[in-house]
Design a protein. Sequence first.
Length: 416
Amino acid sequence: MKRPALATWILVGLIAGLACGLAACYLLPADFNAAALRWVLRPVGELFLRAITLMVVPIVLVSLTYGAASVGDPRKLGRVGLKVMGIFIGTTVLAMVIALALAEGVVRPGQSIQIPTDARYAAREAPFVMDVVVNLVPRNPLKAMVDAEMLQLIVLALLVGVALAQVGPKARPVLDFLGSLNDALMRAIEIILYLAPPGVFALIAKVMIEQGVEVLLPLLAYVLTLAGALALQAAVVYPLLLALVGRVSPLRFYRNHFPAMTVAFSTSSSNATLPVNLEVTETRNGVSKSVAGFVLPLGATINMDGTAIMQGVATAFIAQVYGIGLSWGGLATVVLTATLASIGTAGVPGVGLVTLSMVLASVNLPVEGIALVIGVDRILDMLRTVVNITGDAVAAVVVAKSEGEWDRAVFERGKG
């Protein structure tokens, strides 16, 4: 009898976490739930989250350095980079258009909402654009690793990778070492994934016990609009990109990609999901190590389609609640600002609320309006993280196929 695949067990953990968490929230006493959270759910979930987060910095440094160095020809590296950025920017703009079309032109979820008198939100000041540019280069690479400054690590890895490519044959021992180390890190991720079923169960059950579903009810129109926009991005935009540009089966892609989606849903973190996304994209979706190692770490930092959708829907929602109309120029400003704000956004839970304040300020909307949506953001963050990491994987497959760096046999076979 064939054993169930790991992806099946992860799905079981996800469904069981939802069911048990909701049952405990509404049927069991608060003291029991508090004990379950303290002694079981928080420790198990945190152990799993720490285990995969542990791999983020070494994975980014090794895979991106190896990927850039393995491309070899600087012209090919530039060509791959242009393709990747074209897909990233194109899908983000489409995500914003979908979000604003639904929230402004179809549903208008904020029309019937009354402004609460205690709606306050302390927004962080948006960084000066030149500070962002200067901070791309780390003062101290060790500090960048300790603080997990992803953009700085990407710059460091790309610089070393391009330099190795230009050294030529003398760099072969270093490339062989990086290739072996990359294989070892992928194997470590496979081992960690065996912790995924109980880890996903614990993380999902914890959120359900702490949040329940009544937090969603007052903002049901907003929640459904945002969920609908995310669904359109995942079920229409990405499949069309895979089928028409990549010429690969969207159904097979999603079947192979499913383990990464469940981890993204349970952790709400693109960075934490990066090691799993890399392993799945290489071993199940057939993307070469060099392309996956180049595209996915970059995407985890600068490609946030799900976050862009949230910012579009939330901006329209807040404008409607406050009775402020958005002109065509204002809508264009929202698209541009949200696209730029997604670049360099840390792939951690809840960071979308910080960048949302930048988008609101760009069209002179009250930043205090974020208080209207902050209560439901934790649950919706789970959904948009799935879209964020899926967009990265789609880009990797499309670029790999165009560069002859895609293995159809691996893609068709998948892996249990």
